[in-house]
Design a protein around this ligand. Structure first.
Ligand code: SF4
Ligand code: SF4
Length: 126
């Protein structure tokens, strides 16, 4: 069961990141249709935008961390919703407020980059 919780702090962060444009989202789903993730697995960008509109965030949903900011959805959105800005704001809200933890896979990648400069943790070639 997903944990959905309206938090004023998260709502404020979303508003600051592009809340006005987000209000214009009419759930057409074109963003989900062009997101390259959907060629390999289901990734419902539209649903995340809907949750953000409502000020509800599924803090345990790892999908929040999948977006690679390729901009395909932003260029397709008929309402010019700042999808990437919203996604980044949600991540920032989660980490800054300590609401949920960063997925293990991402933490390992960050640790590898800080340790070896390589996301896979492989030492640099000489
Ligand atoms: S493409 Fe834009 S308007 Fe359509 S669902 Fe996605 S964010 Fe909303
Ligand atoms: S910017 Fe993120 S959500 Fe949008 S299409 Fe690219 S990976 Fe998908």
């Amino acid at each position: 069961m997903p944990v959905l919780a309206p938090l004023k702090e998260v709502a404020d962060i979303i508003k600051e990141a592009g809340g006005e444009e987000l209000k214009l989202c009419y759930q057409c789903g074109l963003c989900t249709g062009v997101c390259p993730w959907n060629t390999v697995r289901s990734f419902l960008v539209r649903r995340i935008m809907h949750q953000a509109q409502l000020g509800l965030v599924d803090f345990e949903d790892e999908d929040m961390w999948l977006c690679v900011t390729c901009r395909a959805c932003v260029e397709r959105c008929p309402r010019s919703v700042g999808i990437i800005d919203i996604m980044k704001a949600l991540r920032r809200g989660i980490t800054e407020l300590g609401i949920a933890k960063v997925p293990d896979s991402l933490r390992i990648t960050i640790k590898n980059i800080s340790g070896t400069g390589n996301p896979l943790g492989e030492p640099p070639e000489n």
